[in-house]
Design a protein around this ligand. Structure first.
Ligand code: FES
Ligand SMILES: [Fe+2]
Length: 423
């Protein structure tokens, strides 16, 4: 890929190649838990470089409108959320969740002006504890998102959110890079039973699909078995990975589950990471204690955040609280929190990494495929075609898996039943 190709992928604003591509998918706008109260306080949202306001109106529906009033551009953040709409507090103009002007009190009752006034508004749906939105052309709107994990009951899933001060792509690339788990996330260097550090050079096979790809990472485990891990990449920026055989590796109690991240561009230089997990099956209830413990282990629990934000207390200003003594004796990084480790490395590359200076190896195969698929999708959109991955029927049953596979035997035989949809 050359400089121009990367330029196509990095910018996310309206009218850019990747910006146009991402506007063809349902993407996360905010957590449902940020707008719990009907007629409650409006919430600021910045998404793909656009400033928006979210609010839950009287019926429970979530509205997502432009951040500035179409009258004289007053900020809608200060608006009153009342009786099925958002009322600007400058002159009282009121809009519903479709963006329609439903009251225009500064004009005479006979005025037809109201019929022509609209505020920009995007449709929303709630799935899996996330408010998703579609920001593209109305006639191209795909069916609502339907990832398997979003169908797990509330007791069996959890989602949180973390701010990162860098471009989405380098964070997404980190998520599709299993090789770094053997190094960056080695939190107990004395542990000889760690399935990831026993073999730090996984073989990687990438298989393209209608939704993106899945990839299989094979590590030597012992003389007779390999440890095999299957990930999915859902276009445009979601990954899921299994935590079934290797649960408890980071000292967590072991509820078999699968996890994922969605790296949503706030703008070119900032990303919100949605961190979700879902129980492996009906027996894998994610109780509060487990969720609290696990989120803290990842470094993204409530105590890890600057209050009132999704920003980590451990950040580049304080070198993520790196402990050099601990780095010598105990953990590979000396940084606490598995995801804090990811953030430290990805933010530390600079807001937009200079890819002209990279040297990729065989363990980077999944990253190369990711870039090629995204690039091809931007071109498909330009030609008026549908991009890969907008059809939920193609991905709705895809789930990851991991386990031991006898050497020389196909992983498909061992994984067959486990990969059938459970939700
Ligand atoms: S600026 Fe909003 S009603 Fe006037
Ligand atoms: Fe990581």
């Amino acid at each position: 890929m050359n400089h121009d190709d990367f330029e196509r992928l990095i910018h996310v604003g309206r009218g850019t190649p990747a910006g146009n591509l991402f506007r063809r998918y349902w993407i996360p706008a905010l957590l449902s838990s940020e707008v719990t109260e009907t007629d409650g306080a409006p919430v600021r949202v910045r998404l793909l470089g656009e400033d928006l306001i979210a609010f839950r109106e009287t019926s429970g529906k979530v509205g997502l409108v432009e951040a500035y009033c179409p009258h004289r551009r007053a900020p809608m953040f200060y608006a009153r959320n009342e009786e099925c709409g958002l009322r600007c507090v400058y002159h009282g103009w009121k809009f519903d969740t479709d963006g329609k002007c439903v009251d225009l009190p500064t004009e005479p009752a006979t005025s037809k002006m109201r019929d022509h006034i609209k505020i920009g508004a995007y449709p929303t749906v709630e799935r899996g504890g996330i408010v998703w939105t579609y920001m593209g052309p109305a006639d191209k709107q795909p069916p609502a998102p339907d990832y398997e994990w979003t169908r797990a009951p509330e007791t069996h899933r959890h989602v949180s959110k973390t701010h990162q001060a860098n471009n989405y792509l380098q964070a997404l690339e980190g998520g599709l890079d299993t090789a770094h788990v053997s190094y960056l996330h080695n939190n107990n260097m004395g542990n000889k039973n760690n399935l990831f550090t026993r073999d730090g050079a996984p073989r990687i096979d990438v298989h393209e699909t209608d939704y993106g790809y899945y990839y299989v990472a094979t590590r030597n485990s012992d003389e007779t078995n390999d440890f095999v891990r299957l990930y999915h990449y859902f276009m445009p920026f979601q990954q899921t990975r299994p935590n079934i055989t290797a649960t408890g590796l980071y000292g967590r109690n072991s509820i078999p589950r699968y996890d994922g991240h969605i790296w949503v561009p706030i703008d070119d230089q900032q990303t919100y990471v949605y961190n979700w997990m879902a129980g492996y099956n009906a027996d894998s209830r994610l109780d509060d204690e487990f969720v609290e413990y696990t989120e803290a282990g990842y470094g993204r629990g409530p105590d890890d955040m600057i209050p009132g934000t999704f920003k980590l207390k451990a950040n580049m200003e304080n070198d993520y609280f790196i402990d050099r003594q601990k780095q010598k004796t105990q953990s590979f990084t000396g940084i606490n929190g598995v995801n804090t480790q990811d953030v430290a490395l990805q933010e530390g590359m600079g807001a937009i990494v200079d890819r002209s200076q990279e040297n990729l190896g065989s363990s980077d195969r999944a990253i190369l495929t990711l870039r090629n698929l995204l690039l091809a999708a931007t071109k498909a959109v330009e030609k008026g075609e549908d991009p890969r991955g907008i059809d939920p029927t193609k991905y709705r049953d895809a789930r990851p898996h991991d386990g031991f596979v006898p050497k020389g035997k196909p992983w498909q035989d061992s994984f067959k039943d486990a990969m059938n949809t459970k939700w």
